[in-house]
Design a protein around this ligand. Structure first.
Ligand code: CA
Length: 225
């Protein structure tokens, strides 16, 4: 899952980025409102976290409003030092989906993010399911046919992206844009390499079953049975 974090407090930005990356998210950080807006209209983000007070001509609420006006559909979470009722209402009117008052704990941030991203129809409860495969984003657990599978954080992020878009063709560009951040050095064969890792864990040990990660020649890949 690709995350945009617009936060000018460097300590918070770097701690959140590091924590989310350890959990397999691809995170871009921006420290001012004007740059923040230029990033926030990018449809490749799966969730956007905006600090409310930012240097530059745009604050977090203005970014949220402008991004929505440009068609941004990703969930938006506002961070703010202020927690009055009026602020909450104003935040939600701006097009943001939720509000987190500083100081916040990292685990609370992650819980709110997961709640906001828990919207696609393939999901039942908090666990993603496809065929005999299950992925629990909250507990970093993957099982096929009831058997636990250990994945690296990148493999997990890739599989989560597939499961949230089951039976859709995902091009290499779509995969790169959702699973890696913009600073990542992604070689032309990086996606193939990670698809290979995933197949070795998800499909190959279950060779009596239908492979789930399928190549759509000339287009990309698809989670299908
Ligand atoms: Ca700030």
């Amino acid at each position: 899952m690709r995350v945009l974090l617009v936060e000018d407090e460097e300590k918070i930005a770097s701690a959140v980025k590091r924590g989310l990356e350890l959990k397999g998210y691809a995170v871009d950080t921006v420290a001012d409102g004007d740059t923040g807006l230029s990033y926030a209209i990018d449809p490749d983000y799966d969730i956007i976290i905006l600090d409310r007070m930012l240097p530059g001509s745009k604050d977090g609420l203005e970014i949220a409003r402008a991004a929505r006006a440009e068609g941004q559909q990703a969930p938006i979470l506002i961070l703010t030092a202020r927690g009055s009722i009026d602020d909450r209402v104003e935040g939600l009117n701006s097009g943001a989906d939720d509000y987190l008052v500083k100081p916040f704990s990292f685990s609370e941030l992650v819980a709110r993010m997961q709640a906001l991203m828990r919207r696609p129809p393939v999901q039942t409860g908090t666990v993603l399911k496809y065929a005999d495969l299950t992925l629990d984003p909250a507990h970093y657990e993957v099982k096929r046919a009831g058997k636990s599978i250990k994945l690296s954080s990148k493999e997990f992020a890739l599989l989560e992206y597939f499961m949230r878009h089951a039976e859709q063709i995902l091009t290499k560009d779509m995969i790169i844009n959702h699973v890696w951040n913009e600073d990542a050095i992604v070689m032309p064969n990086t996606v193939e390499v990670y698809i290979g890792y995933l197949r070795a864990k998800i499909d190959r040990p279950f060779n009596d079953k239908t492979p789930l990660i399928n190549t759509v020649r000339g287009f990309g890949y698809k989670l299908s049975r």
